[in-house]
Design a protein around this ligand. Structure first.
Ligand code: SAM
Length: 266
């Protein structure tokens, strides 16, 4: 494939290897390549089933709820979980998302009435789902991201603790220097503009305190404007027109509302 079409991504490579690996064998359990929790003890699936039964009962035992499992392997986890669920009164459909034909055949022996799907998107819509996935997501292809000139964070070797992850993500030091220089220029510009206004008699200031208040306010206004943010972005190497700047970005990864920098610094 590489010879015919050229280089492929890590994601494509892992996807192809993974598909071929699972499509051609049952790798689970003692005779296979590795084992998983449900293959070691029935308690694992039974506990999952008990937890699901509890959720289902507390939701009012909806009759249209369906048991859905992603990558069910040999169907062992589903068998143990459904044993408990059925005892609790659950009589819903069973849906499996499984791409391996070999494993589908193994699953069919334990679950002849289940329905199989190639992808999660094919699961019937509009039903409450009891969704299970064990050792599934780590079998999916990973997308590798590479830091470039346009990336504000970089991977850096953080080798002090040999047990720790070999990389830490840091804000690009070069970018920080550029931002710092741009800020100093902005401060100089505001200071000079104010001094000029004062010298020309356009500003009547009673005290140094008044000067600082005015200076801080005009700096804050610039920093909060689209033009101010576009200026800082330009200094860091990003040409983004002011009209495309979002002044209220969602900081979903931060807990709570972002605090004012001024307050946290003082
Ligand atoms: C590591 S096994 C886990 C099996 C089972 N859940 C268990 O705990 O024993 C991964 C499972 O995911 C399935 N699988 C891998 N990639 C898949 C994909 N892209 N879509 C659906 N199933 C996939 C494999 O065929 C296999 O059933």
């Amino acid at each position: 494939m590489i010879r015919e079409r050229g280089l492929i991504s890590v994601e494509q490579y892992m996807g192809l290897c993974n598909a071929l690996y699972y499509a051609t064998r049952d790798p689970l359990g003692a005779p296979g390549d590795f084992t998983t929790a449900p293959e070691i003890s029935q308690m694992f699936g039974e506990i999952v089933g008990a937890a699901l039964a509890d959720c289902w009962l507390r939701a009012g035992a909806p009759a249209d709820a369906a048991y859905v499992e992603l990558g069910p392997g040999r169907g062992t986890l589903a068998a143990d979980a459904l044993k408990v669920l059925r005892q609790a009164g659950f009589a819903g459909e069973v849906h499996f998302v499984e791409t391996s034909p070999v494993l589908r055949d193994v699953q069919r022996q334990l679950h002849p009435d289940a329905e199989w799907h190639e992808a999660l998107i094919a699961i019937p819509e509009g039903k409450p789902l009891l969704l299970v996935a064990n050792e599934f997501f780590d079998a999916l292809p990973v997308r590798q991201l590479v830091a470039t000139e346009q990336t504000p964070v970089k991977k850096e070797s953080g080798a002090k603790d040999p047990g720790a992850t070999p990389f830490k993500v840091v804000v690009d030091p070069e970018m920080r220097l550029k931002l710092r220089a741009a800020l100093i220029e902005l401060i100089d510009y505001h200071d000079e503009a104010l001094a000029e206004h004062f010298a020309e008699g356009k500003l009547a200031l009673e005290s140094y305190k008044e000067y600082i208040e005015l200076f801080a306010r005009s700096l804050k206004e610039t920093m909060e404007s689209r033009e101010g943010v576009a200026y800082l972005l330009r200094a860091a190497g990003f040409e983004i027109p002011p009209e495309q700047i979002n002044l209220q970005p969602e900081l979903r990864w931060k807990r709570g509302a972002p605090g004012a920098f001024g307050k946290t610094l003082l």
